[in-house]
Write a protein of this length. Structure first.
Length: 415
């Protein structure tokens, strides 16, 4: 009867020990007393191994991943590494797998659920969740002619894994939190994120703490990647529905600007191939087919040619207006004068024979020039030297002024 009662709730080890110490047992003979003592022995062993092998003892190795903990918001790190493999390929992860397997054999023989066994089972669930992420990773290629060199996870698998991780972390038992907190490991849960913090006095490099910190990181990475994939899917669906409307009645007005629509489809495909870790293969394939339809549509190609001609005419008109409109020329002269003044050194009396603006631009006379100013001056000198090389008489034309203005235009175009 005693064992039947305790099988259905998490017990403290002290509760089991009090059962054995009860004075009533000294006066009666209980048939299951040997079983109770065996349960206590196993419960003590699990408690000791949970603390000594998983939570309280630092894992000693030369593994760099033990100390360098990433803070990225995607499964693909800033340097292109697939973060999951930094965990699963580490020494501490291999050690953790072996220790969990060994302790599980002891936990299976324990016929009641103690608080320590409950905490251990939760750690096993976190470990199995990480293993599930690793199994979902694929690297197959040859989709729509693209050479896949990046690892990614199918969208449906990722959402299922994310929901399972949310269930594991957000439904952790309070007694498990208390056991972890006793070992200076705090689990902080908010609707936006999961954080595992090793408090002062705790062992950050213990296998258990290492697993929990990485589990929280992977949950946040997958959540961010799924959010990006959902945003991409929404934009892809909008493009697909837009082209369906165009296909139904043949009205080019549904596409708006055909060139911009075509570029948008290309950008979506490039984004999926190069940036997304979570892939929606079905939406990607439909979008790829849509690109081929655009390339084969005579009506779309005709509209794109019309738009290209219109764009070129607008650009040409802007250039004409820039150089021929008297009003623009009047306004531009102030910019030119200001530019020339900024290049001159402070006013002072100079009895030298040169007296030209260009000669005043020598490096020795320029005060506090920036790298941009020096580049512009060098460009002006290069242009003048080039004109001299072609045999142009600089004294007969306003060559220096032309070089100065041309260098300024190039500077504005670059910067």
């Amino acid at each position: 009867m005693i064992l039947e009662e305790v099988r259905h709730r998490a017990l403290e080890l002290i509760d089991l020990e009090e059962i054995v110490k009860n004075n009533v047992l000294s006066k009666v003979k209980m048939p299951q007393m040997k079983t109770v003592r065996n349960v206590i022995t196993l419960a003590r062993e699990i408690k000791a191994r949970l603390e000594n092998e998983l939570l309280c003892i630092e894992f000693m190795s030369t593994d760099v991943n033990k100390s360098r903990f990433p803070d990225d918001k995607s499964l693909v790190g800033r340097n292109g590494d697939f973060l999951l493999y930094r965990l699963t390929g580490s020494e501490i992860y291999a050690c953790l797998r072996e220790r969990l397997r060994s302790i599980s054999e002891t936990a299976q023989r324990l016929t009641v659920v103690t608080q320590e066994k409950l905490a251990f089972q939760w750690l096993v669930e976190v470990f199995q969740w990480v293993e599930e992420i690793e199994k979902a990773v694929t690297d197959y290629s040859s989709l729509d002619g693209y050479k896949r060199t990046r690892l990614f996870i199918d969208f449906n698998s990722a959402t299922r894994i994310l929901m399972k991780g949310e269930d594991i972390f957000f439904n952790v038992e309070d007694v498990t939190k208390e056991i972890l907190r006793a070992q200076k490991i705090s689990i902080r849960l908010t609707p936006q994120r999961i954080a595992v913090v090793v408090l002062k006095g705790g062992v950050a490099n213990s296998p258990g703490a290492h697993l929990l910190r990485w589990g929280a990181l992977l949950y946040g990475c997958i959540k961010s990647d799924v959010d990006r994939a959902e945003d991409w899917e929404h934009r892809a669906s909008t493009a697909i529905e837009t082209y369906k409307s165009f296909s139904l009645d043949g009205s080019i007005s549904h596409l708006g600007n055909a060139t911009r629509f075509r570029d948008n489809v290309e950008n979506l495909i490039d984004e999926a191939v190069n940036d997304l870790t979570i892939q929606n293969e079905e939406a990607f394939q439909i979008l790829s087919d849509l690109r081929e339809k655009i390339e084969c549509s005579d009506l779309v190609k005709k509209q794109m040619k019309i738009e290209q001609v219109h764009i070129e005419e607008e650009e040409f008109q802007v250039e004409i207006d820039r150089y021929e409109n008297p009003r623009n020329m009047a306004f531009a002269r102030f910019e030119v004068l200001d530019s020339i003044l900024k290049r001159l050194p402070p006013c002072h009396e100079d009895d030298s024979d040169s007296g030209t603006i260009f000669d005043s631009l020598n490096a020795s006379s320029i005060i506090k020039q920036s790298g941009r100013d020096k580049s512009r001056v060098f460009l002006e000198k290069s242009l003048v030297k080039g004109m001299e090389t072609f045999g142009i008489e600089l004294s007969q034309v306003d060559a220096r002024g032309f070089c100065s203005l041309f260098a300024m235009n190039l500077e504005n175009a670059i910067f």
